[in-house]
Design a protein around this ligand. Sequence first.
Ligand SMILES: Cc1cc2nc3c(=O)[nH]c(=O)nc-3n(C[C@H](O)[C@H](O)[C@H](O)COP(=O)(O)O)c2cc1C
Length: 191
Amino acid sequence: MSILAVYGSPRRLGNTSLLLKKAVEGARDAGAEVEEIVLRDLMMTPCLEIYGCKKDGRCVIQDDFQRVYDQLLACRGLMLASPIFFYTVSAHTKILMDRCQSLWVKKHWIEKVPLGHRDFTRKGLFIAAGATEGKKLFDGALLTVRYFFNVLDMELWRTLLYRGLDYEGDVLEHPQYFEEAYEAGRDMGDR
Ligand SMILES: Cc1cc2nc3c(=O)[nH]c(=O)nc-3n(C[C@H](O)[C@H](O)[C@H](O)COP(=O)(O)O)c2cc1C
């Protein structure tokens, strides 16, 4: 089983993308197989709230989410990177999360797992960057990500949250952040 790395920034070489690349490198160096998904390259419509997924827990909208759904179910760990946009994750990331309502339906409506039941079988790493310095900068995103990971039976295992990064490449001024990303990736890759 491999690790899935999801790039949620619209910038290919933005701050969170560069950090996630480093985490991927760490995981691969630890011997893990890593599959990478760049959300901006996928055709993924937002959730239409038609609940076609009620039948078998699979979203009925036929687009690139179908493949991502299988990857999300199969991976042993997820590395998710997103910029902070208006105090939460990017729209690309949020669309993926909302499409995973099909997994919520599978778990709680079809398989009847009680709400609030926690059985974490997998690890989730969340990487985020924001331009400002506020204390609450990551609060909104963390609530969203934790709940999303829960649906995937993943604990929010580690977070790498960086303030004061705005322009593309600002993160390059902080070699320590890359070391932290590499270590997190290596730890996740190392079983
Ligand atoms: C649409 C949009 C909304 C943003 N909202 C916030 C915000 O609420 N708080 C903040 O500190 N930075 C905000 N930013 C700045 C980004 O979080 C920052 O530039 C970040 O480093 C981008 O990461 P990336 O290079 O990985 O895309 C926003 C940027 C955009 C384009």
